[in-house]
Design a binder for this molecule. Structure first.
Ligand SMILES: Cc1ncc(COP(=O)(O)O)c(C=O)c1O
Length: 372
């Protein structure tokens, strides 16, 4: 059994993918081929925003808006400690200070009440300038983005939605990637919409931000003078081949979202109370980047994972070490106990196989092993 089955998907879209790749090889515009603009238009339309800017990874999609907003040393950016490292890394990369805020115990996303308290604490302390919030749509479930938008507005902060795992989800009918001042997603192969390498995109309704992102994507180039670079940028372009692959995969994506939701519902119905199954609040639609459950404790988690492994069922732990306790972030001075909810969840959580092509028999077998 596969944790994520990309081969079954490839079998379905082989012709379109190969045709797309052949097209790039024929026209030869490997960088900024016509596939890039076509993909950007389709992504923007899917999400319901004015602009999508394709780029080289989810990490670059996160760092580019921070660069465009001039966030840097002395600035505080608030985020969750329960995420992939890139969420905090981009804050440190621009020289700003990550300020972690504990998560909600049911959704595992940043807790808006604690977020506002932390913003007020940092303001009162006066050592750092609060500048932005990066909530994460963890495992595909949108963060409490309506509340966080209101908090960002009250405190004059930029809101950058980290939807690396969230593309395809929605909240009250508004798609993930459409919230805040900008949003970032990842097209890493294992993501709900993945390419065959690295890729990402930034989404925004802000024309001025779009212009800056296009410049940053190519070394800070000027819009008018080709060899005059007007700001510090990156090489953050997406390859035409990856765009061609994503165009083929987008055709399947809506159907795959429905299938992912069916898989998740069957898991949740079958697992009952044997583990804590994921909580999806009313109005939220998850794209199920992961289906993660809580065991009773870390010993019970090891037992369950071993039993599943014996039956050839792979599992994974996202995330065993919260970001505030990782070695690279020790300089921030956090210690064990600072983010109690996140730390506790981290000892019990593990993820089951999740992809649109899991069969009912496979799901039932996984549930049986866990329940027995
Ligand atoms: C929450 C989150 N943010 C950012 C990233 C970074 O994306 P990429 O691997 O495309 O750079 C990931 C990817 O795993 C992620 O899960």
């Amino acid at each position: 059994m596969q944790f994520i089955d990309l081969k079954s998907q490839y079998a379905l879209i082989k012709d379109q993918v190969n045709k797309g790749i052949d097209g790039v090889l024929e026209h030869g515009r490997y960088v900024f081929g016509p596939e890039i603009e076509e993909l950007e238009a389709k992504l923007a339309e899917f999400v319901g925003v004015k602009h999508a800017i394709a780029c080289s990874s989810g990490t670059d999609a996160l760092v580019m808006p921070l660069m465009a907003w001039g966030i840097g040393p002395g600035d505080a950016v608030f985020t969750t400690p329960f995420s992939f490292v890139a969420t905090a890394e981009v804050i440190a990369l621009v020289g700003a200070t990550p300020v972690f805020v504990d998560i909600d115990e049911k959704t595992y996303n940043i807790d808006p009440v604690k977020l506002e308290k932390e913003i007020e604490r940092v303001k009162t302390e006066g050592e750092l300038n609060p500048k932005a919030i990066i909530p994460v749509d963890l495992f595909g479930l949108p963060a409490e983005l309506h509340k966080i938008e209101a908090i960002a507005e009250r405190h004059g902060l930029k809101l950058l939605e980290d939807a690396a795992q969230g593309f395809g989800g929605s909240l009250d009918g508004k798609r993930a990637c459409a919230f805040g001042d900008a949003a970032a997603t990842s097209f890493f192969p294992a993501k709900p919409l993945g390419c065959y390498g690295d890729g990402g995109a930034v989404f925004t309704n802000d024309d001025d931000l779009k212009a800056k992102l296009l410049s940053i994507r190519v070394h800070g180039m000027s819009e008018t003078e080709r060899y005059d670079n007007v700001r510090i940028g990156l090489n953050a372009r997406m390859d035409s081949i990856q765009a061609a692959i994503l165009l083929a995969k987008l055709e399947l994506f809506d159907g795959e979202l429905v299938k992912r939701n069916k898989v998740a519902s069957r898991y949740s119905a079958n697992l009952g109370n044997s583990v804590v199954t994921p909580f999806v609040p009313g109005g939220y639609y998850s794209c199920w980047a992961q289906y993660s459950v809580l065991a009773k404790d870390s010993k019970n988690r090891d037992e369950l994972r071993n039993k599943l492994q014996e039956q050839g069922i792979p599992t994974a732990i996202y995330y065993p070490i919260p970001l505030h306790l990782q070695t690279a972030y020790a300089y921030l001075g956090y210690k064990e106990g600072d983010m109690p909810v996140c730390e506790k969840v981290g000892t019990k959580i593990f993820s089951l196989p999740m992809h649109p092509y899991l069969t009912d028999e496979e799901i039932d077998k996984i549930c049986e092993v866990i329940k027995s």
